[in-house]
Design a protein around this ligand. Structure first.
Ligand code: NDP
Length: 447
Protein backbone atom coordinates (compact mmCIF):
# COMPACT_ATOMS: atom_id res chain seq x y z
CA UNK A 1 0.00 0.00 0.00
CA UNK A 2 2.76 2.38 1.03
CA UNK A 3 4.44 1.96 -2.33
CA UNK A 4 1.20 2.76 -4.19
CA UNK A 5 0.86 5.99 -2.24
CA UNK A 6 4.55 6.83 -2.56
CA UNK A 7 4.63 6.10 -6.29
CA UNK A 8 1.60 8.35 -6.80
CA UNK A 9 3.04 11.17 -4.67
CA UNK A 10 6.38 10.96 -6.49
CA UNK A 11 4.64 11.75 -9.79
CA UNK A 12 2.67 14.60 -8.23
CA UNK A 13 5.82 16.02 -6.58
CA UNK A 14 7.77 15.85 -9.82
CA UNK A 15 5.10 17.86 -11.62
CA UNK A 16 4.32 20.32 -8.80
CA UNK A 17 7.55 20.39 -6.79
CA UNK A 18 7.39 24.09 -5.98
CA UNK A 19 3.79 24.04 -4.71
CA UNK A 20 3.93 23.01 -1.01
CA UNK A 21 0.31 23.78 -0.07
CA UNK A 22 -1.00 21.86 -3.09
CA UNK A 23 1.22 18.88 -2.28
CA UNK A 24 0.03 18.97 1.35
CA UNK A 25 -3.63 18.81 0.27
CA UNK A 26 -2.97 16.03 -2.26
CA UNK A 27 -0.98 13.97 0.24
CA UNK A 28 -3.80 14.05 2.79
CA UNK A 29 -6.27 12.82 0.20
CA UNK A 30 -3.93 10.21 -1.31
CA UNK A 31 -3.22 8.61 2.07
CA UNK A 32 -6.89 7.92 2.68
CA UNK A 33 -8.24 7.44 -0.85
CA UNK A 34 -5.55 5.22 -2.43
CA UNK A 35 -6.12 2.38 0.08
CA UNK A 36 -9.82 2.55 -0.90
CA UNK A 37 -9.04 2.57 -4.64
CA UNK A 38 -6.78 -0.46 -4.25
CA UNK A 39 -9.65 -2.44 -2.71
CA UNK A 40 -12.18 -1.47 -5.40
CA UNK A 41 -11.69 -2.82 -8.93
CA UNK A 42 -13.92 -0.22 -10.57
CA UNK A 43 -11.41 2.51 -9.64
CA UNK A 44 -8.14 0.56 -9.64
CA UNK A 45 -5.77 0.94 -12.62
CA UNK A 46 -7.67 3.87 -14.16
CA UNK A 47 -5.33 6.67 -12.96
CA UNK A 48 -8.43 8.33 -11.61
CA UNK A 49 -6.68 10.24 -8.80
CA UNK A 50 -3.89 11.26 -11.16
CA UNK A 51 -6.54 12.78 -13.42
CA UNK A 52 -8.12 14.54 -10.43
CA UNK A 53 -4.91 16.28 -9.33
CA UNK A 54 -4.41 17.87 -12.74
CA UNK A 55 -6.56 21.03 -13.19
CA UNK A 56 -8.80 20.85 -16.25
CA UNK A 57 -7.68 24.42 -16.94
CA UNK A 58 -5.43 26.92 -15.16
CA UNK A 59 -5.91 30.52 -16.21
CA UNK A 60 -3.48 33.25 -15.21
CA UNK A 61 -3.86 36.84 -16.34
CA UNK A 62 -2.63 40.42 -15.92
CA UNK A 63 -4.76 42.85 -13.95
CA UNK A 64 -3.71 46.48 -14.50
CA UNK A 65 -5.47 49.28 -12.67
CA UNK A 66 -4.87 52.88 -11.58
CA UNK A 67 -4.64 53.73 -7.85
CA UNK A 68 -5.90 56.93 -6.21
CA UNK A 69 -2.60 58.71 -6.72
CA UNK A 70 -2.70 58.01 -10.45
CA UNK A 71 -0.02 55.27 -10.35
CA UNK A 72 -0.52 52.23 -12.57
CA UNK A 73 -0.55 49.00 -10.56
CA UNK A 74 -0.15 45.49 -11.92
CA UNK A 75 -1.44 42.35 -10.17
CA UNK A 76 -1.79 38.75 -11.22
CA UNK A 77 -5.23 37.16 -11.51
CA UNK A 78 -6.02 33.43 -11.58
CA UNK A 79 -8.84 30.99 -12.06
CA UNK A 80 -8.22 27.29 -11.52
CA UNK A 81 -10.94 25.19 -13.18
CA UNK A 82 -10.17 21.94 -11.39
CA UNK A 83 -12.95 19.47 -12.08
CA UNK A 84 -16.32 19.71 -13.82
CA UNK A 85 -17.40 16.05 -13.68
CA UNK A 86 -20.48 16.67 -11.52
CA UNK A 87 -21.36 20.27 -12.38
CA UNK A 88 -20.06 23.73 -13.33
CA UNK A 89 -16.81 24.77 -11.63
CA UNK A 90 -17.68 26.40 -8.32
CA UNK A 91 -15.44 27.98 -5.70
CA UNK A 92 -14.39 31.31 -4.27
CA UNK A 93 -12.08 34.13 -5.24
CA UNK A 94 -9.35 35.13 -2.77
CA UNK A 95 -7.67 38.56 -2.78
CA UNK A 96 -4.60 38.39 -0.55
CA UNK A 97 -0.90 39.18 -1.13
CA UNK A 98 0.03 35.52 -0.44
CA UNK A 99 -2.10 34.21 -3.33
CA UNK A 100 -0.17 32.08 -5.82
CA UNK A 101 -0.79 29.02 -7.98
CA UNK A 102 0.06 26.59 -5.16
CA UNK A 103 -2.46 28.06 -2.72
CA UNK A 104 -5.21 28.28 -5.33
CA UNK A 105 -4.56 24.74 -6.57
CA UNK A 106 -4.80 23.37 -3.02
CA UNK A 107 -8.04 25.27 -2.51
CA UNK A 108 -9.46 24.16 -5.88
CA UNK A 109 -8.52 20.52 -5.20
CA UNK A 110 -10.18 20.60 -1.74
CA UNK A 111 -13.19 22.29 -3.31
CA UNK A 112 -13.81 19.35 -5.65
CA UNK A 113 -14.26 16.99 -2.67
CA UNK A 114 -16.17 19.53 -0.62
CA UNK A 115 -18.65 20.30 -3.38
CA UNK A 116 -19.18 16.62 -3.98
CA UNK A 117 -19.96 16.14 -0.28
CA UNK A 118 -22.70 18.80 -0.35
CA UNK A 119 -24.83 16.45 -2.52
CA UNK A 120 -25.37 19.38 -4.94
CA UNK A 121 -24.29 19.31 -8.63
CA UNK A 122 -21.18 21.50 -8.44
CA UNK A 123 -17.68 20.91 -9.80
CA UNK A 124 -14.63 22.51 -8.16
CA UNK A 125 -12.65 25.65 -8.88
CA UNK A 126 -10.91 28.54 -7.15
CA UNK A 127 -9.39 31.84 -8.15
CA UNK A 128 -8.17 35.19 -6.98
CA UNK A 129 -5.30 37.59 -7.05
CA UNK A 130 -2.23 38.69 -5.10
CA UNK A 131 -3.98 42.08 -4.75
CA UNK A 132 -4.02 43.30 -1.12
CA UNK A 133 -7.35 44.99 -0.27
CA UNK A 134 -6.03 46.23 3.09
CA UNK A 135 -5.69 50.01 3.20
CA UNK A 136 -7.27 50.51 -0.24
CA UNK A 137 -10.09 53.04 -0.75
CA UNK A 138 -13.53 51.89 -1.95
CA UNK A 139 -12.75 53.43 -5.35
CA UNK A 140 -9.50 51.49 -5.62
CA UNK A 141 -11.30 48.27 -4.70
CA UNK A 142 -13.90 49.02 -7.37
CA UNK A 143 -11.31 49.75 -10.06
CA UNK A 144 -9.39 46.61 -9.20
CA UNK A 145 -12.53 44.40 -9.22
CA UNK A 146 -13.63 45.86 -12.55
CA UNK A 147 -10.17 45.29 -14.08
CA UNK A 148 -10.10 41.72 -12.70
CA UNK A 149 -13.52 40.89 -14.15
CA UNK A 150 -12.68 42.50 -17.51
CA UNK A 151 -10.57 39.39 -18.15
CA UNK A 152 -12.27 36.76 -15.99
CA UNK A 153 -15.69 37.29 -17.62
CA UNK A 154 -14.71 35.36 -20.77
CA UNK A 155 -13.92 32.22 -18.76
CA UNK A 156 -17.01 31.98 -16.51
CA UNK A 157 -20.79 31.74 -16.84
CA UNK A 158 -23.80 30.37 -14.95
CA UNK A 159 -23.40 26.94 -16.60
CA UNK A 160 -19.60 27.02 -16.83
CA UNK A 161 -18.00 28.44 -13.72
CA UNK A 162 -19.66 30.31 -10.85
CA UNK A 163 -17.17 32.07 -8.50
CA UNK A 164 -17.97 33.31 -4.98
CA UNK A 165 -16.10 35.11 -2.16
CA UNK A 166 -13.24 33.96 0.05
CA UNK A 167 -10.55 35.82 2.02
CA UNK A 168 -10.62 39.49 1.00
CA UNK A 169 -13.69 39.05 -1.21
CA UNK A 170 -16.96 39.86 0.53
CA UNK A 171 -20.27 41.50 -0.39
CA UNK A 172 -18.61 44.75 -1.56
CA UNK A 173 -16.23 42.99 -3.96
CA UNK A 174 -18.89 40.59 -5.29
CA UNK A 175 -21.01 43.68 -6.12
CA UNK A 176 -18.24 45.32 -8.15
CA UNK A 177 -17.37 42.04 -9.91
CA UNK A 178 -21.01 41.34 -10.75
CA UNK A 179 -21.53 44.87 -12.09
CA UNK A 180 -18.69 44.51 -14.58
CA UNK A 181 -19.73 40.99 -15.65
CA UNK A 182 -23.28 42.21 -16.30
CA UNK A 183 -22.05 45.16 -18.33
CA UNK A 184 -19.68 43.09 -20.48
CA UNK A 185 -22.16 40.27 -21.14
CA UNK A 186 -25.27 42.43 -21.25
CA UNK A 187 -27.06 39.83 -19.20
CA UNK A 188 -28.35 39.57 -15.64
CA UNK A 189 -27.53 36.07 -14.56
CA UNK A 190 -26.46 34.04 -11.52
CA UNK A 191 -22.77 34.00 -12.47
CA UNK A 192 -21.50 34.82 -8.97
CA UNK A 193 -22.82 33.83 -5.56
CA UNK A 194 -22.78 35.88 -2.39
CA UNK A 195 -24.77 38.57 -4.21
CA UNK A 196 -26.77 41.25 -2.38
CA UNK A 197 -30.33 40.33 -1.43
CA UNK A 198 -31.97 42.81 -3.81
CA UNK A 199 -30.02 41.52 -6.85
CA UNK A 200 -30.15 37.75 -6.72
CA UNK A 201 -28.52 36.87 -3.39
CA UNK A 202 -29.76 34.23 -0.98
CA UNK A 203 -30.74 34.72 2.62
CA UNK A 204 -28.31 32.94 4.99
CA UNK A 205 -25.43 32.94 2.43
CA UNK A 206 -23.30 35.34 4.51
CA UNK A 207 -23.91 33.24 7.63
CA UNK A 208 -23.69 29.83 5.97
CA UNK A 209 -20.02 28.83 6.35
CA UNK A 210 -19.81 29.78 10.02
CA UNK A 211 -23.28 28.45 10.90
CA UNK A 212 -22.64 25.25 8.95
CA UNK A 213 -19.37 24.68 10.79
CA UNK A 214 -21.12 24.89 14.14
CA UNK A 215 -23.97 22.64 12.94
CA UNK A 216 -21.30 20.12 11.99
CA UNK A 217 -19.55 20.43 15.38
CA UNK A 218 -22.94 19.88 17.04
CA UNK A 219 -23.46 16.70 14.98
CA UNK A 220 -20.03 15.41 16.03
CA UNK A 221 -20.77 16.16 19.69
CA UNK A 222 -24.11 14.35 19.43
CA UNK A 223 -22.23 11.12 18.61
CA UNK A 224 -20.90 11.42 22.19
CA UNK A 225 -24.27 12.42 23.64
CA UNK A 226 -22.90 15.96 24.10
CA UNK A 227 -23.68 19.45 22.72
CA UNK A 228 -22.33 23.01 22.34
CA UNK A 229 -24.34 24.24 25.32
CA UNK A 230 -22.15 25.44 28.17
CA UNK A 231 -18.92 24.87 26.26
CA UNK A 232 -16.04 27.34 26.09
CA UNK A 233 -15.07 27.94 22.47
CA UNK A 234 -11.90 29.40 20.99
CA UNK A 235 -12.36 30.91 17.51
CA UNK A 236 -9.58 32.21 15.26
CA UNK A 237 -10.14 34.84 12.59
CA UNK A 238 -12.63 37.70 12.73
CA UNK A 239 -13.83 37.70 9.13
CA UNK A 240 -16.95 36.25 7.57
CA UNK A 241 -16.53 32.65 8.75
CA UNK A 242 -15.35 33.49 12.28
CA UNK A 243 -18.11 36.05 12.89
CA UNK A 244 -20.97 33.71 12.04
CA UNK A 245 -19.38 30.68 13.69
CA UNK A 246 -19.21 32.77 16.87
CA UNK A 247 -22.83 33.91 16.42
CA UNK A 248 -24.12 30.32 16.07
CA UNK A 249 -22.12 29.19 19.13
CA UNK A 250 -23.91 31.92 21.11
CA UNK A 251 -27.32 30.82 19.72
CA UNK A 252 -26.59 27.28 20.92
CA UNK A 253 -25.57 28.35 24.43
CA UNK A 254 -21.77 28.21 24.13
CA UNK A 255 -19.28 30.85 25.26
CA UNK A 256 -16.83 32.34 22.73
CA UNK A 257 -13.69 33.73 24.36
CA UNK A 258 -11.36 34.62 21.46
CA UNK A 259 -11.24 36.13 17.97
CA UNK A 260 -8.15 37.04 15.96
CA UNK A 261 -6.69 38.58 12.84
CA UNK A 262 -3.26 38.49 11.27
CA UNK A 263 -1.91 40.84 13.97
CA UNK A 264 -2.90 38.73 17.01
CA UNK A 265 -5.87 37.61 19.10
CA UNK A 266 -8.22 39.04 21.72
CA UNK A 267 -9.13 37.02 24.80
CA UNK A 268 -12.32 38.02 26.59
CA UNK A 269 -12.66 35.78 29.61
CA UNK A 270 -16.21 37.03 30.30
CA UNK A 271 -17.27 35.85 26.84
CA UNK A 272 -17.95 37.69 23.56
CA UNK A 273 -21.73 38.14 23.79
CA UNK A 274 -24.13 39.29 21.04
CA UNK A 275 -23.49 43.02 21.69
CA UNK A 276 -19.73 42.55 21.61
CA UNK A 277 -19.98 40.46 18.44
CA UNK A 278 -22.09 43.14 16.80
CA UNK A 279 -19.33 45.64 17.68
CA UNK A 280 -16.77 43.31 16.00
CA UNK A 281 -18.94 43.00 12.88
CA UNK A 282 -19.11 46.79 12.49
CA UNK A 283 -15.40 47.12 13.28
CA UNK A 284 -14.37 44.53 10.67
CA UNK A 285 -17.04 44.87 7.97
CA UNK A 286 -17.78 48.60 7.96
CA UNK A 287 -14.80 50.37 9.55
CA UNK A 288 -12.36 47.72 8.27
CA UNK A 289 -10.41 48.04 11.53
CA UNK A 290 -8.12 45.68 13.46
CA UNK A 291 -9.26 43.22 16.13
CA UNK A 292 -6.99 44.93 18.72
CA UNK A 293 -9.43 47.88 18.64
CA UNK A 294 -11.86 45.62 20.58
CA UNK A 295 -9.99 46.69 23.72
CA UNK A 296 -10.87 50.37 23.18
CA UNK A 297 -14.50 49.41 23.81
CA UNK A 298 -13.98 46.40 26.12
CA UNK A 299 -10.85 47.15 28.17
CA UNK A 300 -11.25 44.05 30.38
CA UNK A 301 -10.26 41.87 27.42
CA UNK A 302 -6.62 41.14 26.55
CA UNK A 303 -4.87 41.51 23.20
CA UNK A 304 -1.97 39.16 22.48
CA UNK A 305 0.05 40.36 19.48
CA UNK A 306 1.46 38.09 16.76
CA UNK A 307 0.03 34.91 18.29
CA UNK A 308 -2.77 32.48 17.49
CA UNK A 309 -5.32 31.70 20.24
CA UNK A 310 -4.66 27.96 20.66
CA UNK A 311 -3.04 28.38 24.08
CA UNK A 312 -6.35 29.54 25.59
CA UNK A 313 -8.11 26.79 27.57
CA UNK A 314 -11.26 25.60 25.81
CA UNK A 315 -13.60 22.67 25.15
CA UNK A 316 -13.97 23.38 21.43
CA UNK A 317 -11.65 25.03 18.89
CA UNK A 318 -12.90 26.52 15.62
CA UNK A 319 -10.00 27.60 13.35
CA UNK A 320 -11.63 30.09 10.98
CA UNK A 321 -8.78 32.28 9.64
CA UNK A 322 -6.44 30.66 7.12
CA UNK A 323 -4.39 27.62 6.07
CA UNK A 324 -1.69 26.17 8.34
CA UNK A 325 -2.59 28.34 11.32
CA UNK A 326 -2.71 25.43 13.80
CA UNK A 327 0.52 23.45 14.24
CA UNK A 328 1.56 20.29 16.08
CA UNK A 329 2.55 22.13 19.29
CA UNK A 330 -0.78 24.03 19.22
CA UNK A 331 -2.63 20.72 18.88
CA UNK A 332 -0.71 19.30 21.85
CA UNK A 333 -1.57 22.38 23.91
CA UNK A 334 -5.26 22.12 23.00
CA UNK A 335 -5.34 18.45 24.05
CA UNK A 336 -3.44 19.17 27.27
CA UNK A 337 -6.00 21.88 28.10
CA UNK A 338 -8.92 19.47 27.67
CA UNK A 339 -10.19 20.35 24.19
CA UNK A 340 -12.60 17.65 22.95
CA UNK A 341 -13.58 18.93 19.51
CA UNK A 342 -11.90 20.80 16.65
CA UNK A 343 -14.04 21.78 13.68
CA UNK A 344 -12.33 23.62 10.82
CA UNK A 345 -14.09 26.70 9.46
CA UNK A 346 -11.08 27.69 7.34
CA UNK A 347 -9.56 25.57 4.57
CA UNK A 348 -6.70 23.34 5.78
CA UNK A 349 -5.99 25.41 8.95
CA UNK A 350 -4.46 22.39 10.74
CA UNK A 351 -1.14 21.02 9.56
CA UNK A 352 -0.77 17.31 8.86
CA UNK A 353 1.17 16.89 12.13
CA UNK A 354 -1.56 18.68 14.11
CA UNK A 355 -4.22 16.37 12.64
CA UNK A 356 -2.13 13.36 13.64
CA UNK A 357 -2.13 14.66 17.25
CA UNK A 358 -5.95 14.99 17.22
CA UNK A 359 -6.37 11.50 15.77
CA UNK A 360 -3.95 9.98 18.28
CA UNK A 361 -5.84 11.60 21.16
CA UNK A 362 -9.09 10.36 19.54
CA UNK A 363 -10.86 13.68 19.91
CA UNK A 364 -13.55 14.84 17.48
CA UNK A 365 -11.83 16.43 14.49
CA UNK A 366 -13.55 17.69 11.31
CA UNK A 367 -11.56 18.73 8.23
CA UNK A 368 -12.71 21.92 6.51
CA UNK A 369 -13.83 20.14 3.36
CA UNK A 370 -16.64 18.61 5.46
CA UNK A 371 -17.26 21.17 8.21
CA UNK A 372 -17.03 24.38 6.16
CA UNK A 373 -19.00 23.04 3.18
CA UNK A 374 -22.10 24.96 4.32
CA UNK A 375 -20.86 28.06 2.50
CA UNK A 376 -20.62 26.52 -0.92
CA UNK A 377 -23.77 24.47 -0.26
CA UNK A 378 -25.72 27.67 0.29
CA UNK A 379 -24.07 29.14 -2.80
CA UNK A 380 -25.55 26.10 -4.57
CA UNK A 381 -28.92 27.02 -3.08
CA UNK A 382 -28.42 30.59 -4.36
CA UNK A 383 -27.80 29.17 -7.86
CA UNK A 384 -30.99 27.11 -7.61
CA UNK A 385 -33.03 30.14 -6.56
CA UNK A 386 -31.52 32.17 -9.43
CA UNK A 387 -32.46 29.45 -11.93
CA UNK A 388 -35.97 29.21 -10.50
CA UNK A 389 -36.21 33.03 -10.34
CA UNK A 390 -37.56 32.50 -6.86
CA UNK A 391 -36.54 33.26 -3.28
CA UNK A 392 -36.72 30.96 -0.30
CA UNK A 393 -37.25 32.37 3.21
CA UNK A 394 -34.48 32.59 5.78
CA UNK A 395 -35.94 29.64 7.65
CA UNK A 396 -36.19 27.51 4.47
CA UNK A 397 -32.55 28.13 3.55
CA UNK A 398 -31.35 27.56 7.12
CA UNK A 399 -33.24 24.26 7.31
CA UNK A 400 -31.75 23.13 4.00
CA UNK A 401 -28.29 24.09 5.30
CA UNK A 402 -28.85 22.06 8.49
CA UNK A 403 -30.00 19.06 6.43
CA UNK A 404 -26.95 19.29 4.16
CA UNK A 405 -24.54 19.47 7.11
CA UNK A 406 -26.29 16.48 8.64
CA UNK A 407 -26.00 14.55 5.33
CA UNK A 408 -22.28 15.39 5.10
CA UNK A 409 -21.88 14.10 8.64
CA UNK A 410 -23.65 10.87 7.68
CA UNK A 411 -21.36 10.43 4.65
CA UNK A 412 -18.32 10.83 6.91
CA UNK A 413 -19.69 8.13 9.22
CA UNK A 414 -20.27 5.80 6.27
CA UNK A 415 -16.64 5.83 5.16
CA UNK A 416 -14.80 6.99 8.29
CA UNK A 417 -15.69 4.61 11.11
CA UNK A 418 -12.71 2.71 12.58
CA UNK A 419 -13.05 -0.79 14.08
CA UNK A 420 -12.96 0.64 17.60
CA UNK A 421 -15.83 3.03 16.77
CA UNK A 422 -13.64 6.16 16.46
CA UNK A 423 -14.72 8.31 13.52
CA UNK A 424 -11.91 9.44 11.24
CA UNK A 425 -13.71 12.36 9.58
CA UNK A 426 -10.72 13.02 7.31
CA UNK A 427 -10.92 9.56 5.75
CA UNK A 428 -14.73 9.69 5.71
CA UNK A 429 -14.86 13.04 3.91
CA UNK A 430 -12.12 12.19 1.43
CA UNK A 431 -13.60 8.87 0.35
CA UNK A 432 -17.23 10.07 0.25
CA UNK A 433 -16.16 13.11 -1.81
CA UNK A 434 -14.01 10.98 -4.11
CA UNK A 435 -16.59 8.28 -4.90
CA UNK A 436 -19.18 10.62 -6.43
CA UNK A 437 -16.67 12.51 -8.61
CA UNK A 438 -14.83 9.33 -9.65
CA UNK A 439 -18.07 7.61 -10.65
CA UNK A 440 -19.03 10.59 -12.83
CA UNK A 441 -15.56 10.69 -14.43
CA UNK A 442 -15.67 6.98 -15.20
CA UNK A 443 -19.14 7.31 -16.73
CA UNK A 444 -17.95 10.18 -18.95
CA UNK A 445 -14.89 8.36 -20.27
CA UNK A 446 -11.36 9.65 -20.73
CA UNK A 447 -11.90 13.37 -21.45
P1 NDP B 1 -12.25 37.02 5.52
O1 NDP B 1 -11.39 37.75 4.59
O2 NDP B 1 -13.62 37.49 5.79
O3 NDP B 1 -11.51 36.85 6.94
C1 NDP B 1 -10.28 36.23 7.04
C2 NDP B 1 -9.81 36.30 8.49
O4 NDP B 1 -8.65 35.50 8.63
C3 NDP B 1 -9.44 37.69 8.92
O5 NDP B 1 -9.65 37.84 10.30
C4 NDP B 1 -7.94 37.73 8.59
O6 NDP B 1 -7.21 38.68 9.31
C5 NDP B 1 -7.54 36.35 8.98
N1 NDP B 1 -6.35 35.95 8.21
C6 NDP B 1 -6.20 35.93 6.87
N2 NDP B 1 -4.97 35.56 6.54
C7 NDP B 1 -4.33 35.35 7.70
C8 NDP B 1 -3.02 34.95 8.02
N3 NDP B 1 -2.12 34.69 7.07
N4 NDP B 1 -2.71 34.81 9.35
C9 NDP B 1 -3.62 35.08 10.31
N5 NDP B 1 -4.87 35.47 10.07
C10 NDP B 1 -5.22 35.61 8.79
O7 NDP B 1 -12.27 35.50 4.98
P2 NDP B 1 -13.30 34.35 5.30
O8 NDP B 1 -13.77 34.45 6.70
O9 NDP B 1 -14.26 34.30 4.20
O10 NDP B 1 -12.36 33.06 5.14
C11 NDP B 1 -11.66 32.48 6.25
C12 NDP B 1 -11.27 31.05 5.90
O11 NDP B 1 -12.46 30.28 5.63
C13 NDP B 1 -10.39 30.87 4.67
O12 NDP B 1 -9.55 29.75 4.87
C14 NDP B 1 -11.40 30.54 3.57
O13 NDP B 1 -10.81 29.84 2.50
C15 NDP B 1 -12.36 29.66 4.35
N6 NDP B 1 -13.69 29.53 3.77
C16 NDP B 1 -14.47 30.62 3.52
C17 NDP B 1 -15.74 30.45 3.01
C18 NDP B 1 -16.68 31.59 2.84
O14 NDP B 1 -17.86 31.33 2.54
N7 NDP B 1 -16.27 32.83 3.04
C19 NDP B 1 -16.24 29.12 2.62
C20 NDP B 1 -15.37 28.03 3.01
C21 NDP B 1 -14.14 28.25 3.53
P3 NDP B 1 -6.66 40.02 8.58
O15 NDP B 1 -7.87 40.89 8.43
O16 NDP B 1 -5.64 40.55 9.49
O17 NDP B 1 -6.11 39.57 7.25
Amino acid sequence: MKSNIEAFLDIVKERNGNEPEFLQAVEEVAETVIPYIVKHDIYYGKNILLRMVEPERLISFRVSWVDDSGEIQVNRGYRIQMNSAIGPYKGGLRFHPTVNASILKFLAFEQVFKNSLTTLPMGGGKGGSDFDPKGKSDNEIMRFCHAFMSELFRHIGPNTDVPAGDIGVGAREIGFLFGMYKKLNNEFTGVLTGKGLSWGGSLIRPEATGYGNVYFAQKMLETKGDSIEGKTVVVSGSGNVAQYAAEKVLHLGGKVVTLSDSSGYIYDEEGIDEDKLSFVMTLKNVKRGRISEYLEKYPNAKFVGNKTPWGVKCDIALPCATQNELHEDDANTLIKNGCICVSEGANMPSTKEAIAVFHKAKILFAPGKASNAGGVATSGLEMTQNSLRFKWTREEVDNKLKDIMSDIHKSCLEYGKDDDGYIDYVRGANIAGFVKVADAMLAQGVV
